[in-house]
Design a binder for this molecule. Structure first.
Ligand SMILES: Cc1ncc(C[n+]2csc(CCOP(=O)(O)OP(=O)(O)O)c2C)c(N)n1
Ligand SMILES: [Mg+2]
Length: 332
């Protein structure tokens, strides 16, 4: 195993975990508005797939996409500032948590609509195929998206026209509070690709090395002109669906069993046991990641608001805290 790759994966995994923990804290402090969907438990999927991709490949992700942007290389400052809605965010503060965008790194979003990523990805794939470009598209989606019409329509077109798209299912077994076997007649997502004559497989999404290897194989298939591929990564989220979710639909036993398979801890343990990294190297990696997240939060706190937030938007300025408001309401 290449030691530099292991160190990179470990850094990405630790950074992902710490970044999301910091985002949860900042949300609780009221500095992040709107919905916030976090990734702890699922890190091996974004890290394993994106570290196996080439920098020229395009990425289309869902609303649970902070880690995808980070692994792609968007600076943590630019991601955190976007969550804060600040001008230095990667979408200049206009997008927020669900709409990260970084054209320079071919990170094409951040989509809040379930099933929206498929049609964007096949559009890019079509363009790549038409122009004979060597790049591929990585298209992320949750288990909850596979009963949307766009899933089937896009898989059909991608297979028919042999588009260079790698469909990556982040199967965390839940669509908000609904477990997959309650919403899907066929709960093994990878098997659905067979209906379109598409190559597919399932991989342990809690094991970053397994995800990395499976992605390399899948992308080799795609780049060779064989058409699209569907990779189902079986994973689990450790937190609620979003910060607004009380997470009351899972048993403590279920959570405890899956937390015991923590993908960040798993990689750290294995890398040490195999002698791929030393204790000192792990410590240095963790320190570097912690400092990067702290710097990102400091940056986001101090960054300016988007200058043009209210331009072209009709607003009737109202001071909600004015003593006149309750008086006006009472008079109505
Ligand atoms: C078309 C559409 N319907 C409903 C919603 C509301 N919604 C937001 S997330 C979500 C669950 C999606 O679950 P899944 O695809 O498994 O992704 P996960 O959140 O588990 O990563 C739903 C139903 C939406 N955003 N878009
Ligand atoms: Mg899900």
């Amino acid at each position: 195993m290449r030691r530099d790759l292991i160190r990179q994966l470990l850094y990405d995994m630790v950074l992902a975990r710490l970044f999301e923990q910091a985002a949860a804290e900042q949300y609780a402090l009221g500095r992040i508005a709107g919905f916030l969907h976090l990734y702890p438990g699922e890190e091996a999927v974004a890290v394993g797939t994106l570290r196996a991709a080439d920098p020229g490949d395009y990425v289309v992700s869902t609303y649970r996409e902070h880690v995808h942007a980070l692994v792609r290389g968007t600076p943590p400052e630019a991601v955190m500032a976007e969550l804060f809605g600040k001008a230095t965010g990667c979408s200049r503060g206009y997008g927020g948590s669900m709409h990260l965008f970084d054209a320079e790194r071919r990170f094409l979003g951040g989509y809040a609509i379930v099933g929206e990523t498929f049609s964007v990805a096949i559009g890019v794939g079509y363009w790549l195929a038409m122009n004979g470009e060597p790049d591929a598209v990585l298209c992320y989606f949750g288990d909850g998206a596979v009963n949307q019409g766009t899933f089937h329509e896009s898989l059909n077109m991608a297979a028919l026209w042999k588009l260079p798209v790698l469909f990556v299912c982040e199967n965390n077994h839940y669509q908000i509070g609904t477990e997959i076997h309650r919403h899907s007649a066929v709960a093994e997502v990878w098997r659905r690709a067979c209906a379109y004559g598409m190559e597919a497989r399932r991989v342990d999404g809690m094991d970053v090395l397994a995800v990395h290897e499976a992605t390399r194989d899948a992308l080799r298939h795609v780049r060779a002109g064989n058409g699209p591929y569907l990779l189902e990564c079986e994973t689990y989220r450790f937190r609620g669906h979003s910060m607004a979710d009380a997470d009351a639909y899972r048993s403590a036993l279920e959570l405890a069993e899956l937390r015991a398979r923590d993908p960040v801890e798993g990689l750290r343990r294995r890398a040490l046991a195999e002698g791929w990294v030393s204790e000192e190297e792990v410590e240095a990696i963790e320190t570097r990641a912690r400092e990067a997240v702290e710097a990102a939060v400091r940056h986001a706190e101090q960054a300016p608001e988007p200058a043009e937030l209210h331009r072209d938007v009709y607003v009737q300025p109202v001071d909600l805290y004015s003593p006149e408001i309750p008086a006006r309401r009472a008079a109505r």
